[in-house]
Design a protein around this ligand. Structure first.
Ligand code: MLC
Ligand code: AMP
Length: 511
């Protein structure tokens, strides 16, 4: 915690917009109702007060693993109000996985879906956290705690410096251990304001929000853009193509991962008429296939605006709002972000040569939580961060992501780190070793496949491997197929040749 001279709390920025927006709708939840910007202001203050009442002090972590709802977002805003560090967790994580995150970030408060409270009770006890429930309808003991805050209680928000932490977002690593990316108030606000200007967000917009709110895409990019523009958000609990289609005529902006666009295009109703009010469709988190981009333009007459980002930096590059949006390109560095395509020593490569993308800017995170060594390894001496994404940049500065130096699978927009799954599979009796890869999947972009070297005579079938992973790993990380081999292919250095495996199993989900 720093002694903030100047208050640079993101709460202040959002609250200033909300005060002006007043009674205008902020979140519209079909089937539940509408929350105005004034409701948001009051809610953020109440949730902040309830956090304080639960013992949360500025800089303390608050871990949330619950369904998407206005209350989820109010708790996030309450954290900003109280100066706490918000730690959102994917709802698909098992209690075992949640335990790892909790022990790592040592939250003062854990709020989780009521159905998970029994499983999480030992976790909360292990890290001396208070445990509350919050369901997708806004009910649960957390809401009771918020309701118990009297109307007369109007605490001032906690002032925060630009470098003070606002959130920890867990992102896995090549070692299989997840790292908490420390995002500051300054990181989040600068990135959001840049995007509001670049994508021309304004108070008349209606953002259709179908993304999960525990990741950078749905929580920061989508939510912050609408809030800081004073725009309304149609908040859907999850992505459902038919429901999105129903809401599009009331919307002006849509954001999604490539799978959303693939699924929308499967609907015959998805056409020019259905999309006529939407001024921009934004896509990211995983590569958008040129075929999807082209088919989208054919059907709607609009070009998807693809952008590129990551948990450690929010958004980094974007195709232009005005100007050409090109398939296979993620556009240009954001106005306040520097990018360079570099070789292994960090030296910039000639334009057109593929290399690892390195970035620097006010959006760049403060390092990995309690991992100074790991943080130092990922930064160059001049402050550039090594993304692990392989890119090219053309003469005009346009960036294309052409591969990944990091061993990562992106399935339906969720990151899966093979090492984590390999460690689980390798521990099974009868397994010599395993290699987990991503192969093309028509719906998810990539799907997780495990290739397992089985010991001679071992009786181990695909269903045994899958059954063993059940309950240990979130479902989206579990392989969609398991193949058995005698030996994994290796190069002269003895390294498993995943490229060969990806080629060999590329057609697993074809057709
Ligand atoms: C769900 N399942 C998945 C999956 N999502 N499997 C693999 N990959 C996924 N992404 C599995 C479930 O475990 C279940 O398995 C089955 O699919 C059906 O579950 P579901 O919940 O009904 O799935 P569905 O609602 O269709 O979800 C798919 C999806 C969702 C694509 C709509 O995953 C999604 O919203 N993804 C968005 C992720 C996202 O926001 N990423 C942003 C990261 S931020 P079974 O076997 O039990 O039936 C980031 C930075 C940046 O990357 O640049 O933005
Ligand atoms: P995460 O760590 O979950 O934030 O995921 C970030 C990663 O998603 C990046 O490092 C990229 O590998 C990938 N990514 C995000 N946007 C794009 C995009 N438009 N095209 C290709 N990959 C992307």
């Amino acid at each position: 915690m720093s002694t903030a001279v100047e208050d640079a709390s993101l709460h202040r920025g959002i609250d200033a917009v909300a005060r002006v927006a007043g009674d205008r709708p902020c979140w519209i939840v079909p089937g539940r109702g509408t929350w105005s910007f004034e409701d948001l202001r009051a809610g953020a203050a109440r949730h902040g007060a309830a956090l304080r009442a639960a013992g949360v002090r500025p800089g303390d972590r608050v871990l949330l693993q619950a369904g998407k709802s206005p209350e989820f977002l109010l708790l996030y805003l309450g954290c900003l109000h109280a100066g706490a560090v918000f730690v959102p967790l994917n709802t698909a994580y098992t209690p075992g996985e949640a335990r790892y995150f909790a022990l790592d970030c040592e939250p003062r408060v854990i709020v989780a879906d009521p159905a998970r409270l029994d499983a999480l009770a030992p976790v909360a006890e292990a890290c001396s956290a208070q445990l509350f429930g919050l369901d997708g309808e806004g009910g649960g003991s957390w809401s009771d705690a918020v309701a118990a805050i009297g109307d007369a209680t109007k605490p001032a928000h906690a002032p925060r410096g630009a470098d003070d932490l606002a959130a920890l977002v867990y992102t896995s690593g090549t070692t299989g251990r997840s790292k908490g990316a420390m995002l500051s108030h300054g990181n989040l606000e600068s990135n959001a304001r840049t995007l509001v200007a670049l994508w021309r967000f304004h108070a008349g917009d209606v953002l259709l929000h179908a993304l999960p709110v525990y990741h950078v895409h749905g929580l920061f990019v989508a939510t912050h853009c609408a809030l800081l523009a004073g725009a309304a958000t149609l908040l859907l609990p999850r992505f459902d193509a038919a429901e999105v289609l129903d809401c599009l005529p009331r919307s002006t902006v849509f954001m999604g991962v490539p799978t959303y666009y693939v699924r929308l295009l499967e609907h015959p109703r998805f056409d020019r008429q259905a999309t006529r009010r939407v001024r921009v469709f934004i896509c990211g988190s995983a590569p958008l296939l040129p075929g999807t981009f082209a088919e989208f333009e054919r059907r709607t007459g609009q070009r998807i605006l693809e952008r590129y980002g990551m948990s450690e930096a929010g958004m980094i590059t974007s195709n232009p709002y005005e100007g050409e949006r090109i398939a296979g390109s993620v556009g240009f560095a954001l106005p306040d972000v520097e990018v360079r395509v570099a070789g292994p020593d960090g030296g910039e490569l000639p334009r057109g040569t593929p290399g690892v993308l390195e970035i620097r800017g006010p959006n760049l995170f403060q390092g990995y939580w309690r991992m100074p060594q790991k943080t130092a390894e990922e930064f160059r001496a001049d402050g550039f961060f090594v993304t692990g994404d392989v890119a090219t940049q053309d003469a005009t500065g346009r960036v294309a992501i052409v591969g990944r130096a990091k061993d990562l699978v992106i399935s339906g927009g969720f990151n899966v780190y093979p090492k984590e799954i390999e460690l689980e599979i390798d521990a099974l009796p009868g397994v010599i070793e395993s290699a987990v890869i991503g192969v093309p999947h028509p719906d998810l972009g990539e799907a997780v496949v495990a290739v397992v070297a089985r010991a001679a005579g071992a009786v181990l079938a695909e269903r045994d491997v899958l059954a063993a992973l059940q309950g240990r790993l979130a479902r989206f990380k579990q392989p969609k197929r398991v193949y058995f081999v005698d030996d994994l292919p290796r190069n002269a250095m003895g390294k498993v040749q995943k490229v060969r495996l990806r080629e060999q199993y590329a057609a697993t989900f074809a057709g």
